[in-house]
Design a protein around this ligand. Structure first.
Ligand code: UFG
Length: 327
């Protein structure tokens, strides 16, 4: 048996598919479970694949009995903040109830190592920057609320059942695998970098800047972008830590460096060499002005070090993917 045989739930999505590739490249066994409601089968570049829902207990029993799984990574959440405000029950059902059922299936099958995709959205409007893990969690939307609720559930499951987990609070995932084989493909797309690249390709008329009157140097929102493969590496280190007997933990994942919306557009313009028409629009409700991660804890505890922390690398790898038109 390989040292790690990982069930990647949501492995056909953007971050999940990069995780699958990262694990396979590192020699781990990989099984993907995805209901394909958001994910894409062709983004799963290897391992075994099961189509279905993470709350399907019979399917979970089948997967665990057919494969020697010893850890689960969970990427199968809905993640659109705006949609979560309009339809919160959709989010509570999938993100909270779905995760509860997944954990129930794991515990019944004796699998107790879990890596959870959490989010900076658990913090809400920051009261201090950079945001450390000690910052009070005060989510301002149902999406963030479902994630912090899961974290609470994980803590209780650790106490009650010895269920070990690492929860990773991502800031803004960006970029694509250097192979050009996988990348970001959301339908509909709402994230800044892919939308900018679509505008560069002429597939959109322009990119809207949501708000130019924020209290930031150029008036646009600042975010902390992190390359998707640096995220994947952090998951892998978290897994190693759990297997080495380290206790459950919660970590931020960002580069502790912020870029404004205008800076992102400027860098994308240089990398693509194409005009990117810009329209200045109203603020998008619920967007904090600045979100920057304090990521010292994961560096100290797990030795995580970003390898692609410059925005140019994130945008150029995304561009290599988007240029191919496979999204
Ligand atoms: N933006 C624009 N125009 C666009 C799209 C985005 O100006 O067309 C701006 C947003 O206002 C924001 C920045 O670009 O300031 C980044 O927006 P994204 O939608 O790419 O990402 P968010 O920061 O809103 O969201 C990300 C994740 C969420 C997560 C959140 C937590 O996608 O799942 O970070 O910080 F909840």
């Amino acid at each position: 048996m390989k040292q790690y045989n990982v069930l990647v739930v949501g492995g056909a999505g953007y971050i999940g598919s990069h995780m699958v590739k990262f694990l396979l490249d590192g020699g781990s066994g990989v099984v993907t479970l995805d209901d394909l409601s958001k994910g894409h089968r062709d983004l799963v570049c290897g391992g075994k694949f099961y189509e279905g829902s993470m709350d399907d207990q019979a399917l979970l029993d089948k997967i665990f009995s057919e494969n020697m799984i010893n850890a689960v990574m969970h990427f199968a959440a809905y993640s659109l903040v705006g949609e979560s405000v309009i339809d919160p029950l959709k989010y509570y059902k999938n993100n909270l109830y779905g995760t509860l059922e997944l954990i129930r299936g794991m515990i019944r099958n004796g699998v107790k190592n879990f890596i959870f995709s959490s989010t900076a959205a658990v913090y809400g409007e920051p009261v201090e920057t950079p945001i450390t893990e000690e910052h009070p969690p005060r989510p301002t939307n149902p999406y963030g609320a479902t994630k912090i609720a899961v974290e609470r559930m994980l803590r209780d499951c650790d106490t009650a059942y010895g269920f070990k987990y690492v929860s990773l609070r991502y800031f803004n995932a960006a970029g694509a695998d250097e192979s050009g084989k996988i990348g970001e493909r959301h339908e509909p797309e709402s994230h800044l970098i892919p939308l900018i690249l679509k505008a560069a390709l002429g597939e959109r008329e322009n990119i809207s800047i949501f708000g130019t009157d924020y209290p930031t140097p150029d008036g646009t929102c600042i975010r902390d972008y992190i390359h998707v493969n640096d995220l994947a590496r952090a998951h892998s280190l978290a897994l190693e830590a759990l297997f080495a007997g380290q206790p459950s933990a919660v970590y931020n994942l960002g580069n502790s460096k912020g870029y404004s919306v205008r800076e992102v557009i400027d860098v994308a313009g240089k990398i693509t060499g194409l005009p990117i028409p810009v329209v200045e629009s109203e603020r998008r409700p619920g967007d904090p002005a600045v979100l920057i991660a304090g990521s010292d804890k994961i560096k100290q505890d797990l030795g995580w070090k970003p390898q692609r922390e410059d925005l140019e690398t994130m945008i150029s790898t995304a561009w290599e993917w988007h240029k191919q038109g496979k999204y």
